[in-house]
Write a protein that binds this ligand. Structure first.
Ligand SMILES: Nc1ncnc2c1ncn2[C@@H]1O[C@H](COP(=O)(O)OP(=O)(O)OP(=O)(O)O)[C@@H](O)[C@H]1O
Ligand SMILES: [Mg+2]
Length: 328
């Protein structure tokens, strides 16, 4: 809706992971180099864990885009509560192997091994990425470990990346996980973006959507986006999408802290209402002191913006008057 108002050719803050919008932040760069290191080793497990919405899935998509010419055959699985046999079947399907109906686990394993050997003979490396690994049952993890044991002439045939949320650590620390733990060659934690990266992230995504500086963001606006979203990319996307919508409706071309705080307070009001729909007046009555402070700060900032605007206008009128006086 706001794309045409700001002359953008695409939506800059969509929620679905899209490698075309991938911003290589310091954290993503580091995590990516762990993945690349894994590929260079060609064996064992690489584990990348991180908070919700920090960009694990997007990063893997970006990596897959870069892998096309690297002689790597890669497949990705997003696991829900997959039982062990289903997992093996899904792994086979994700590599494009035909589903042989009611085939036994042993025959699926054979099918997979033959595929891995074939790729290895073609000089290709096989990579399996398991996303949302925190959902995977222990028994299925054990199956993955068994898959990682396939070898040909002393060389491992399969490399596995495990990606997911931090809670997976508890599973890894569990009893019976020692063998898997020993096969982890590197692990990395992906955190949220830092303040300077929030600016870089927003501008990168806007530019990828055709941004030419409209709307502008001042530094205080970035400060407020950072403090509201804590630097979590998914939260930034949701927030900036609303900010742009608000800007379009209010015909704003310059985002200041005041505008950002206004949108933040609207969103907080909506959230309070969603959590307690009995509230007839979602924001004002019965709001927490902290929320009222946010509102006051936001009104103050808008007021400051207006005063700045007004005093700018006064200055230019005064200089015009001076010119008129001196020329008369
Ligand atoms: N480095 C990045 N560059 C561009 N966009 C990103 C980046 N990281 C995250 N995003 C955006 O943030 C949102 C969440 O990203 P993603 O789904 O990859 O996170 P996740 O860590 O996989 O989340 P979850 O824990 O829920 O699986 C998406 O809209 C994605 O486009
Ligand atoms: Mg994800």
């Amino acid at each position: 809706m706001y794309e045409s108002f700001y002359n953008l050719r695409a939506k800059p803050f969509q929620l679905s992971p899209d490698a075309r919008f991938f911003y290589n932040s310091r954290g993503h760069k580091r995590a990516m180099s762990y993945l690349r290191y894994g590929i260079s080793q060609g064996e064992g497990f690489i584990v990348v864990l991180g908070g919700v919405g920090t960009g694990k899935t997007t990063m893997v998509q970006a990596l897959f885009d870069q892998l096309h010419d690297d002689g790597v055959v890669a497949a990705k699985l997003v696991t829900t509560q997959l039982e062990a046999d289903d997992l093996l079947r899904l792994v086979a399907a994700s590599f494009g192997l035909p589903d042989e109906g009611a085939s036994s686990k042993a025959s699926v394993l054979k099918q997979l091994e033959a595929f891995f050997i074939d790729k290895s003979r073609q000089g290709k490396q096989v990579l399996l990425v398991i996303d949302e690994v925190q959902n995977i049952p222990m028994k299925s993890l054990e199956e993955l470990r068994m898959l990682s044991n396939f070898q040909l002439g002393g060389t491992a045939l399969l490399q596995i990346f495990l990606l997911g949320q931090l809670e997976f650590i508890k599973t890894l620390q569990g009893k019976g996980m020692e063998q898997l733990r020993q096969r982890i060659i590197a692990s990395h934690y992906l955190g949220a973006l830092e303040r300077d990266e929030v600016k870089g992230y927003i501008e990168y995504r806007l530019t990828a959507a055709g941004w030419q500086g409209d709307p502008s963001f001042d530094e205080s606006a970035y400060d407020e986006v950072f403090s509201y979203t804590e630097g979590v990319p998914r939260k930034i996307n949701t927030f900036c999408d609303r900010l742009m919508l608000f800007g379009c409706l209010e015909e704003i071309h310059a985002f200041t802290a005041g505008v950002v705080l206004k949108v933040a307070s609207e969103l907080q009001g909506e959230m309070a209402y969603a959590q307690n729909p009995d509230l007839t007046v979602p924001v004002r009555k019965g709001t927490k002191v902290s929320q009222q402070l946010v509102e006051m700060e936001q009104r103050l900032c808008l007021l400051e913006d207006k005063v700045d605007e007004f005093s700018g206008g006064l200055k230019s009128q005064r200089s015009l008057l001076n010119k008129l006086w001196s020329s008369s």
